[in-house]
Design a protein around this ligand. Structure first.
Ligand SMILES: O=c1nc[nH]c2c1ncn2[C@H]1C[C@H](O)[C@@H](COP(=O)(O)OP(=O)(O)OP(=O)(O)O)O1
Ligand SMILES: [Mg+2]
Length: 198
């Protein structure tokens, strides 16, 4: 059994930490890998699953604790699933605003009906760095890409992601609402089931 009192989140993204901690509730305390190291591992995998496992193993090795990793991104239909696993690096590491500007530009001549996209989240949980059986859970969130940014909540591509079931952007959702609908929420619901927390 995994000791969830001492679980490290293998992420340097404060937005993910906030959302995942809110979903897990107070019974699980997520410690940030930033407490142990500021060095981010190179995400050399070719899939969300590979990168999630790589980040989880790295954090478990550094901290000596069980580790949870989140590898996520935005897959845009018109772009053949790009930026996908490269979402964080889409504008060569210049950050969220540059990523969003590049995406708007790539889709500037694309009509509404071809602007479909999915947020993807893979969670990987390892008991220790060499765990041969990581727990893997995936969540998808279907929407489309707006023509301009809208909303102040969330992080990353949220201001560009239209949520059809709520008729607003993901950055216009209250945090509690995003945490019930998102790709991350879906992956976490599966993880909770697997861990017997649901
Ligand atoms: O709910 C979301 N709302 C908006 N944008 C999102 C979301 N979820 C992932 N994203 C975007 C942010 C980043 O461009 C990429 C994740 O990249 P990803 O490598 O998994 O995370 P990261 O580098 O920010 O932190 P870390 O690797 O330390 O966990 O997808
Ligand atoms: Mg990353």
């Amino acid at each position: 059994m995994i000791n969830l009192q001492q679980l490290v989140l293998a992420s340097h993204n404060a937005g993910k930490l906030k959302e995942l901690q809110a979903m897990l509730g107070e019974s699980v305390h997520l410690r940030s890998i930033g407490e142990f190291s500021q060095v981010e591992p190179e995400e050399t995998g070719l899939s969300f699953v590979e990168n999630a496992i790589l980040k989880a193993r790295n954090a478990a090795r550094i901290s000596g604790l069980p580790a949870l990793a989140d590898d996520s991104g935005l897959a845009v239909d018109f772009l053949g699933g790009a930026p996908g696993i490269y979402s964080a690096r889409y504008a060569d590491g210049k950050g969220d605003a540059a990523n969003n500007a590049k995406l708007l530009d790539a889709l500037k001549d694309v009509p509404d009906e071809q602007r479909g996209a999915q947020f993807v989240c893979v969670l990987a949980l390892v008991r220790h760095a060499d765990d041969p059986l990581p727990i893997l859970c995936e969540g998808l969130w279907h929407g489309s890409i707006l023509r301009a940014a809208s909303g102040e909540h969330g992080f990353g591509y949220d201001p560009l992601f239209w949520v059809p079931e709520r008729n607003c952007s993901s950055a216009e959702l209250a945090p509690l609402e995003k945490n019930q609908l998102s790709h991350r929420a879906r992956a976490m619901a599966l993880l909770r089931q697997r861990l017997g927390l649901a």
